[in-house]
Write a protein that binds this ligand. Structure first.
Ligand SMILES: [Zn+2]
Length: 384
C-alpha cells in the first residue's frame, strides 16, 4: 500500500492524524511508515521536511517505490494512531524558494530561451543552472518581472495529467518522466513538471532577489533568495553599506564612487612610497661599510619580501662581495642573498641546508626563509 500524500492535497497542512503501518529499526533510529503523511520527502531538488510525530523528532523523510519513510528517534507500534506536526516555518521557506525558482526559470525560458538544467535548494540559498548566459541587464529585467509576478498575487496550481493529454503542451521538464505527470502552473509565467510543494499564490513568496550570477558549464548559475531569505540578505547588506557610508562620510548611494577615489589615491601613494623606498635603499646601501669580513651582512626590521630584494640589489651594485639582508620574523628569518660575479645559488643551497630553509632564485640574487637567529646565520656565513 502506497502512502497517501497530504502535502499534494494541501501544501499548507502542518498538523495531521495518521495510522502506523510499520516501524523498523534502522542504523540511525527507526523508519516509520504511516498510511498518510503531510511530511514532504526529499526529492525534485526540494529538501526533506522536518518536524515531530507524537513528540518524536522527524529528522529525515524519503520516498521509495511510492512509500514514504520517516526517520524518527523512537519506536511506534503498528496500528497506533499518531499526530504529525511539520516544522511549517521551514516548509514555507522552502516553498517560497521553490515557487520563486519556477517564476525565474519560466521567465528566462520565455524571454531568452534558456532552460534550467540544474536546481539546488539548500537551507540558506537556492541555485538555478541555466543552459545559456544572461547579461547584467537581462538578469535585472528577470528580477523585476519576477517581483511583478509576486505583486499580482496570482494562483499557483498543480494537477496530474496523462502523457497523452499534454503531449502538445509546452512545459519545462528536466528529465523524461514515465506515467502521470504533475504540472505546476503559474499562469502566464511558468508551467513545469514538478513533484515539489508550492505556495498557493505568488504573493506569499514575498520577494525575489537574484544575488549571484556566475559562469557555469557553458551557461550560468544564478543564486536566488526568496521570502525572508531575501529580506535577511537585504538587512545584512544595508548594515554593511551604512557602516561604509559612515566611515567614508558619504551618502550610501555614493559609496562606490568614494571607494574608487580612495583606491586611486592609494595607488598614487604606493607609487610615491616605492620611489622613496628605492631612494632610501640606495642611501642605506652607500652607508654600509665592510672591513675584512667575507660577506656584507645587514639586519633590517620589517622589510617585505620585495623590499629585502631591492635593498640587497642596491648593496650588490656597490661591492664585489657577497651581500646578505636578513629580516627577523615571528618564526625564523627572511633573507635575500646577492653577488655581482659569483653564482649565488651555491651559497643559497648551503644556507638552506644548514638552517632548514627554503628558497632560491637567479645567479645574481636568491631569496627565501631560514630557521635560526640572524646572529647564527651571520656567524655561519662569515666562517664558511
Ligand atoms: Zn519544481
Amino acid at each position: 500500500m502506497t502512502t497517501q500524500k497530504i502535502f499534494y492535497e494541501d501544501s499548507y497542512r502542518a498538523v495531521f492524524k495518521a495510522k502506523v503501518i510499520s516501524c523498523e529499526v534502522h542504523e540511525a533510529g527507526y523508519q516509520l511508515r504511516l498510511n498518510q503523511t503531510a511530511f514532504y520527502p526529499e526529492g525534485g531538488g526540494q529538501p526533506t521536511d522536518r518536524g515531530w510525530i507524537d513528540g518524536a523528532k522527524v529528522s529525515h523523510v524519503f520516498i521509495k517505490e511510492d512509500i514514504i519513510y520517516h526517520s524518527v528517534d523512537r519506536h511506534f507500534k503498528e496500528g497506533e494512531e499518531v499526530e504529525g506536526v511539520i516544522d511549517f516555518e521551514r516548509r514555507l521557506d522552502l516553498m517560497q524558494q521553490h515557487s520563486g525558482e519556477h517564476i525565474v526559470s519560466g521567465l528566462i525560458k520565455k524571454l531568452y530561451g534558456y532552460q534550467n538544467v540544474g536546481f539546488h535548494l539548500s537551507e540558506t540559498y537556492m541555485t538555478a543552472d541555466l543552459s545559456g548566459e544572461l547579461t547584467k541587464e537581462e538578469i535585472k529585467h528577470v528580477e523585476y518581472l519576477a517581483n511583478e509576478a509576486i505583486f499580482k498575487n496570482i494562483k499557483v496550481t498543480a494537477a496530474l495529467y496523462h502523457q497523452e493529454e499534454i503531449k502538445d503542451r509546452d512545459y519545462r521538464s528536466k528529465i523524461a518522466i514515465e506515467g502521470a505527470i504533475r504540472l505546476v502552473s503559474i499562469q502566464d509565467y511558468d508551467v513545469c513538471a514538478c513533484c515539489g510543494t508550492h505556495v498557493k499564490t505568488t504573493g506569499e513568496i514575498g520577494s525575489i532577489k537574484i544575488v549571484g550570477a556566475d559562469k557555469h558549464k557553458g551557461g550560468m548559475r544564478l543564486t536566488v533568495l526568496c521570502g525572508r531569505r531575501a529580506l535577511q540578505d537585504s538587512v545584512k547588506k544595508q548594515e554593511a553599506i551604512t557602516r561604509v557610508s559612515q566611515l567614508l562620510s558619504a551618502k550610501p548611494t555614493l559609496v562606490a564612487e568614494e571607494v574608487e577615489k580612495l583606491l586611486e589615491t592609494l595607488a598614487g601613494l604606493k607609487q610615491k612610497l616605492n620611489a622613496r623606498t628605492d631612494e632610501l635603499f640606495e642611501l642605506k646601501a652607500s652607508a654600509y661599510t665592510i672591513q675584512e669580513e667575507k660577506v656584507l651582512c645587514v639586519i633590517e626590521e620589517d622589510l617585505s619580501t620585495e623590499e629585502i630584494r631591492k635593498l640587497c640589489m642596491a648593496m650588490t651594485k656597490r661591492t664585489d662581495k657577497t651581500c646578505l639582508v636578513l629580516t627577523p620574523e615571528a618564526e625564523g628569518v627572511k633573507y635575500a642573498l646577492g653577488a655581482q660575479s659569483t653564482d649565488i645559488r651555491v651559497l643559497c643551497k648551503e644556507l638552506n641546508k644548514a638552517f632548514n630553509g627554503r628558497g632560491g632564485g637567479a645567479k645574481e640574487i636568491c631569496q627565501g626563509t631560514l630557521t635560526g637567529t640572524s646572529r647564527e646565520i651571520i656567524q655561519r656565513i662569515q666562517n664558511q
